[in-house]
Design a binder for this molecule. Sequence first.
Ligand code: SIN
Length: 326
Amino acid sequence: MVVAKKIVLLGTGGTIAGTSSVAGANTGYTAGQIGVDQLIAAIPQLKDVGAGELVAEQIAQIDSKDMTHSIWLRLARRCAQYMADPDVRGIVITHGTDTLEETAWFLQQVLHPAKPIVLCSAMRPATALAPDGPQNLLDSVIVAHEPTASGVLCVAAGEIHGAREVSKVHPLRLHAFSSGEVGPMGWVEDGRVRWARDRVPLAPVDTTGALARTLPESDEWPEVEIVVSHAGAGGAVVRALVAQGVDGIVVAATGNASVHDALGEALDEAVKADVVVRIASRCPLGRPLPAADARWPDAGGLNPMKARVSLLLDLIDGDRQEQVED
Ligand code: SIN
């Protein structure tokens, strides 16, 4: 059997591709300035990993706080095409850290990839005195080559995280990502992958990217917003969203998925107006155990940002079912 060796690098911008006019600065830079080709050229060690071809393509060049649905769609479609190529072993996507967890969950949900798709980032710009991007990129390519790797992963600061659990937990530290209570899936140590016990990636699911190929154009995607339940919360934001035709609302709820009474009243009105409501917890750790008679369905332990991605995809799927039935 011929073993696939090609690795595809897709660039989307982020701090890993960021530059600063102040020599050596770690903050105050502009994200998304250097092309993925240049990032590769700066790491000669990449050619020694897996002895395979590296193919690079620039998908976007943004600060990931500005991530859009149309870039997500482009990314998902390109990943689906590359994954279907038998010569491709894995994909590495350079991405900003700020919304990386949302892109990870989106790609996991629409691709369920059998091959590894590794999201690679950095906390310091390429022009920093000691940038973290080159090591993260080298480690990401190593993970993409790893025969036991599959699914959407995030590799940073020597750790491998899974798409479901990973979230950014620190605005500055190099160890900016955490998988909370479950911990990382594994580590990259001096060029070798070590999986955490019991956390080896799930069995491969899909090599075709079937769902990604059938997603509608992004301007047809439903509108899903996140609102926060907090001390002093009211219903004005929800009522305004309903008035402008929102399709879904995710609530970043307090504690064990509880919602301020004043906000809850507006959510009940929203449901009557056919808006789909889902509840996620603001707590960064654990998973809520909502009451059996909870007024709104919970998001299955996803954080509010990932719950929004899942609701968005469920609504797209619902629209598709309706079209089939019509
Ligand atoms: C971004 O998310 O694009 C900027 C911040 C970062 O990559 O750390």
